[in-house]
Write a protein that binds this ligand. Sequence first.
Ligand SMILES: O=C(O)CCC(=O)C(=O)O
Length: 269
Amino acid sequence: MSALKNLDPDWQDWLKVNIVNGVPTNKLAASLFARGWSDAAFELMSKSNKTATMPFLDLTKNHIDLSDRRVSLLFTCYKPFVAVIDNFLSPEECQALINEADAKLRDSRVVNPDDGTFVIHPARTSRSTGFQRGEANIIKTIESRIAELLHWPVDHGEGLQVLRYEDGGEYRPHYDYFDPAKKSSSVVMAKGGQRVGTFLMYLSDVDAGGATRFPNMNFEVRPKMGSALYFANTDLSGEIDGQTLHSSVPVTQGVKYLSTKWLREKPYV
Ligand SMILES: O=C(O)CCC(=O)C(=O)O
């Protein structure tokens, strides 16, 4: 059944007028998507033979059958696009990634907005490490699964990061996208372009604290081992979205392990 044909007749007229006037397809799709009509947005993109300009999730069912796993969609928000995905990793896969990371953890750093270098900062009190793409079998498995889920090629992504937050550890509100207005952005965007999406995987259960909070949206996602959180840092027309401000609230009991995958606009090589 066509999602576009199911649109309200006023919206079908709106679409026709805009297409005739040459409005780019991705801008029209972005408007449909922002109203929650993701099926129609992606149908429009595919009809015009445009490849999606950003990662996307199939939202037609409440679960998604990937080649090696069934995952469930627990929460979706359309503007900005946010989804919580359950059962993305098994407990064994979480542990295997933790084992790869543990020996290499060191104090986390943030990007210095003045020159694009990485510096230790009180806004980010965790320990972390980064991997090359495909560096270990477990990493290859996770990267292919993310690529399949989000219809986004593995080479359009940075290497996985693993973070460990102990008691009081936090990551204060920040954006993952590179603000084109900032001097440092051209340095970090020279390779791979914009960070169009962020995919977070919770590798441990945490007794208290450690939620990922979106202060401008008034919600937070609490950590659960094996679940994942995806959000789009830009909309379908490529505009950065200020509503994606997010933080990791302090862990107050237990240890939080998280893995981050930043998805880039172009191949990141
Ligand atoms: O730990 C979290 O929940 C958030 C991590 C985060 O913001 C990031 O890796 O960019």
